[in-house]
Ligand binder design. Structure first.
Ligand code: SAM
Length: 204
C-alpha cells in the first residue's frame, strides 16, 4: 500500500519510516507493519508509556549534570508538566511555534522561545550554548517524512545547546557524532522512543 504516514502515525514503527529514507516523497509502508493487530489507540498509549518511561529514567541520571532542561515542542504541555514534576529544581526552557497548551502548562515569557525552532534554537544558543542537562525533543506532527527531514537539521542544532554528558530524549532518531545512543529502559520497545547522551564537550 502506498501511503504517506499522517495523522498520529503511531501504528507504524518509526524504524520502518526512517529506514525507508526521507526525501520529500511518500514511502511505502504497510498499514500496520510491526504492530500487527494493534489499534492506533493501543499504539498511541504505548508511545506515551515509552515517552514517560524514558523521561523518568533520564531524570534519575542527571545528578552529576548541572544545567537547565529544554522542552522542544510544548504541544498541550503534558511532558512539560511531567518534567517540572520530575525535576522541580531545574529551569525549563520551552520551544514552540504556537502555544496551545493547557493554561496551567504554559511557561513564563522568560522561559519560552516562541517561533519556529529553525529560528529559535540558533537564538537560544546565544545564551544556552552547551548548558542543557536534558533536552526533550518532541516535534512530531504525525508526518514522519517531514519529521525525519527536520531531524537532519535538528540533531546538530540541539547539540549546540547540550552540556557535556547531557541527555537527549527524542521522539525520532537523531544523528550526532558525539552522541551515544543509550539502551531503552526496561519495558520500552526498541525504536519507540530514543535516548542519547553526549560523550564529549562538543564544539565551542
Ligand atoms: C507532538 S506535539 C508535543 C507534545 C508535547 N510533548 C506534550 O506532551 O504535550 C509537537 C509540538 O511541536 C510543535 N512544533 C512542531 N514543529 C515545530 C517547529 N518547526 N518549530 C516549533 N514548534 C514546532 C507543534 O506546534 C506541537 O505543539
Amino acid at each position: 500500500m502506498r501511503m504517506l504516514c499522517v495523522l498520529d502515525g503511531d501504528a507504524t514503527p518509526l524504524s520502518a519510516v526512517f529506514a525507508a529514507g526521507h526525501a520529500s516523497r511518500s514511502v511505502d509502508i504497510p498499514a500496520r507493519s510491526g504492530d500487527v493487530g494493534m489499534s492506533r489507540l493501543d499504539s498511541f498509549i504505548r508511545r506515551m508509556q515509552a515517552q514517560r518511561d524514558c523521561l523518568n529514567w533520564v531524570a534519575t541520571q542527571l545528578r552529576d549534570t548541572p544545567g537547565p532542561v529544554l522542552e522542544v515542542g510544548l504541544g498541550n504541555g503534558r511532558t512539560y508538566d511531567h518534567l517540572r514534576g520530575l525535576l522541580p529544581e531545574r529551569d525549563i526552557f520551552v520551544f514552540e511555534r504556537e502555544v496551545r497548551a493547557h493554561p496551567d502548562c504554559i511557561p513564563g515569557a522568560d522561559r519560552l522561545f516562541l517561533g519556529d525552532v529553525r529560528d529559535t534554537i540558533p537564538q537560544a544558543a546565544r545564551t544556552l550554548a552547551h548548558r542543557a542537562a536534558l533536552i526533550h525533543s518532541d516535534l512530531g506532527t504525525g508526518d514522519h517524512v517531514a519529521n525525519a527531514a527536520l531531524g537532519d537539521w535538528l540533531g546538530p542544532a540541539l547539540d549546540a545547546l547540550l552540556a557535556p554528558g547531557g541527555y537527549v530524549v527524542a521522539n525520532q532518531p537523531l544523528e550526532v557524532a558525539r552522541w551515544k545512543r543509550m539502551p531503552e529502559p526496561a519495558g520500552v520497545p526498541r525504536d519507540r522512543y530514543f535516548i542519547y547522551r553526549a560523550t564529549g564537550g562538543g564544539e565551542a
